[in-house]
Every structure is written in C-alpha cells, then in structure tokens.
Design a protein around this ligand. Structure first.
Ligand code: FMN
Length: 207
C-alpha cells in the first residue's frame, strides 16, 4: 500500500476498523527467543519493511538517533568469533561449554539485526529522548515482524558493550550497540500475552 493510499484510508470507518484489528495484533505480540526461531526469516524486502516501521518511531528534530545493521547470512561464523572475543574480554578465563554457548548465540535465528543507538550532540534534544527514540524504533521492528507473521526478540547481554563488539561493528564515538533482534519463523506457536499491569496507567493528581 502506498503512502497516499494509507493517508486516504485512515479517517474512514474502514480505516478505523483496520486500526482496531491492528491494535488487537499489537496486544498479542510476544517475543520468541532466537533459539526457537527457524527458517525462513524475512526476505530482503520484508527486512526493509521492518526498518521502514522503525523509521516512524517518534524522533525529536528527526535526529535519527538509531540505525540498524543486518548481519549477512554468510557472516554468522565471523559473528561467532566476535561473540567469543566479547566473552573473553568479559572473562579472560572463559572456556569449554560456556564459550560454545556464547558462539552458538551468533548462529541462532535466521535473521539478525544489530540495533545501534547514536546520540547526536543537540542542545534541544537531550540524550534520554534520543535513547527513548531508539527504544521505540526497536519496538516497532519486533512489532512489525510479528505483524508479518514472524517471531522476533531483542537480546543483548553484557557482551554488547564490549570493545570487541565496538570494533567489529565499527561504532563511532557517539554510538552504542543496543541489542540484536533475532527474527524468523516460530518453531512453535506463541502463547497468550500477559495481561497489562494495572499500575501502567494512573491519574494525576492521585485520587
Ligand atoms: C534492548 C533490549 C535488550 C534485551 N535483551 C534481552 C536479553 O538479552 N535476554 C532476554 O531474555 N531478554 C532481553 N530483552 C527482553 C526481551 O526482548 C522481551 O521483551 C522479554 O523477554 C519480554 O517478552 P515479551 O516481549 O514477549 O513481553 C531485551 C529487551 C530489550 C528492549
């Protein structure tokens, strides 16, 4: 659907019904751990759709305080080397099964996106707003993946903040690796989502 078609449909009764259907889909989103994600993953076109969804995250002054890297399909072994280097940096004595598990994480999920937060120097948009924007963007990606019928999950771990990761992803001084998003076909159906916490919304002033 083109942007013009989306815009012309939005205020019609049909548009509202579609919106409600979309909301129901949003309410049912669940994460699926990368080890439970199997091929096929999203196509290149679908990956672009996910990133297009991310591009609609609220972004004060349009600073684009995030970007994504898609891990090339034939780069999983090199990524496992990076994961190993990151774990060795965190624990120089690491070996055996723990090291194997660390490497395996690079091989899970048919598609892996690295989410990079980049805080721009801007007097009007503080760091917290820019980080919030990157968080919203990753939320839109996992939601959009769910809407396309894929499972997805944001995963990080202490390794994302290591120098090994920074070097591998050639991060600039203002950039941080926020997490990876694993995307693929769910090996089993997702469960029902939890009910939202009752304290998620209160009234101010308190009654
Ligand atoms: C930036 C970020 C990093 C995350 N890293 C991990 C992780 O390393 N391990 C994990 O179990 N969950 C991690 N999570 C949480 C999961 O992605 C997921 O949201 C959580 O398991 C709740 O499941 P749900 O999304 O189905 O409610 C992370 C979430 C975010 C936003």
């Amino acid at each position: 659907m083109s942007s013009t078609e989306i815009a012309s449909n939005i205020d019609t009764p049909d548009g509202k019904a579609e919106g409600l259907a979309l909301l129901r889909r949003m309410w049912s989103r669940r994460s699926t751990a990368p080890r439970h994600l199997v091929p096929p993953g999203p196509t290149d076109d679908e990956i672009r759709m996910l990133v297009r969804a991310a591009s609609r995250a609220p972004d004060h002054m349009r600073l684009k305080p995030f970007r994504f890297l898609v891990i090339a399909p034939d780069a999983r072994d090199p990524l496992a080397d990076v994961f190993e280097a990151a774990e060795r940096e965190l624990d120089p004595g690491i070996m055996g099964e723990r090291l194997e598990r660390a490497r395996e994480k690079a091989l899970h999920a048919p598609t892996l996106l690295a989410v990079i937060s980049r805080v721009q120097d801007n007097d009007d948009v503080p760091e917290i707003e820019q980080r919030a924007s990157a968080g919203a963007a990753l939320g839109y990606v996992v939601l959009a993946a769910d809407l396309l019928g894929y499972g997805a999950m944001a995963v990080s771990g202490r390794k994302v903040a290591t120098q090994a990761m920074r070097r591998a992803f050639e991060l600039a001084g203002n950039e941080e690796l926020l997490c990876f998003i694993g995307i693929g076909t769910r090996a089993k159906a997702k469960g029902a989502p939890p009910e939202p916490d009752s304290d998620l919304l209160c009234t101010w002033p308190p009654v």
